[in-house]
Design a protein around this ligand. Structure first.
Ligand code: SAH
Length: 278
């Protein structure tokens, strides 16, 4: 297994057309990047929340009646018992408050291993699937990944988890409503290394390339050429793909100096990868 390359932590976004949007609240046009927040850094988030940071558990309905870090720890223990062994992935899942990414009515289910609706016909992936895909993405990389492209921001949960595992996360969503929702969800986390993009993820995001990792939460008929082009040599792509049988399977693509190597893994059920924006 090749090691994933490290990359410079910061991109020069001053060249070309797409620019980061400086005001976190303004709406990003197609293909432009906006920062989820501008304040440093993600590491202290769980401690702050345990200490009762504003807007954390106060937002939970009384019926939840739980210390969310303990509930998350139990979720992580269950994932470990199911075979997730990557300590960094488990730590990242323990750190991110999944209940803040789902509707109030679903908060009670936030730490169950289930996918949940997030609006506009889309779903937040099961924690078990997120753990599996992130473990695959990290396989062979001892430390943090460099830049990662996250296709299908949805509610922003996976991007938040990734922020603990990669130096920079570029997360792209084709539905404006969800792009906005993710920005709202992520604002309080103040993750300076998460960059939310509104656009067609099938085109990737060339300005962030090359990527140490590319991960998709929506499954198409083929891996878009742009993703393969934008993947670094030594990088890895993890995505659902519709196979010859018409079912979706998880696919891993490794890019080396010798070329691309594709591995088809277990069956999965993701929303379809669609082109264009809406
Ligand atoms: N990782 C997300 C999962 C969201 S579901 C989360 O944690 O919530 C997958 C998302 O992929 C949907 O929001 C869907 O709109 C989006 N999607 C589908 N095709 C896309 C494309 N071409 N570009 C960007 N996003 C896409």
């Amino acid at each position: 297994m090749n090691r994933r390359p490290g990359f410079p932590a910061r991109l020069d976004l001053t060249r070309g057309t797409a620019q980061p949007v400086r005001k976190p609240l303004s709406s990003a046009a197609t293909g432009t990047a906006s920062r989820a927040a501008t304040v440093q850094p993600p590491v202290a988030v769980p401690a702050a929340i345990r200490a009762g940071a504003p807007g954390s558990l106060a937002a939970l309905p009384a019926s939840v009646g739980m210390d969310s870090s303990r509930v998350r720890d139990r979720m992580v223990q269950r994932l470990a018992a199911q075979g997730v062994t990557d300590a960094l992935v488990l730590q990242a899942l323990a750190a991110v408050e999944r209940h803040r990414f789902v509707d109030t009515a679903l908060v009670n289910q936030a730490y169950e291993d289930t996918s949940l609706p997030i609006g506009l016909g889309q779903t937040i992936s099961k924690p078990g699937v997120v753990a599996r895909m992130l473990s695959l993405l990290r396989q062979g990389s001892p430390g943090k990944l460099g830049r990662v492209l996250d296709i299908g921001t949805g509610c922003g949960y996976q991007a938040a988890v990734l922020s603990h595992l990669a130096t920079e996360v570029y997360s792209i969503e084709r539905l404006r409503g969800l792009h906005e929702k993710a920005r709202n969800n992520l604002r309080a986390f103040r993750l300076a290394n998460v960059h939310l993009l509104f656009g067609d993820g099938m085109e990737g995001f060339a300005k962030g390339a090359p990527y140490a990792g590319i991960i998709a939460a929506a499954g198409g008929e083929a891996v878009p050429q742009a993703w393969l082009d934008q993947l670094a040599v030594g990088g890895r792509l993890v995505a659902p793909l519709v196979t010859a049988s018409g079912q979706q399977a998880l696919v891993v693509v490794d890019k080396s100096a010798q070329g691309l190597r594709q591995t088809v893994l277990e069956a999965v059920h993701f929303v379809p990868l669609k082109s264009g924006i809406a």
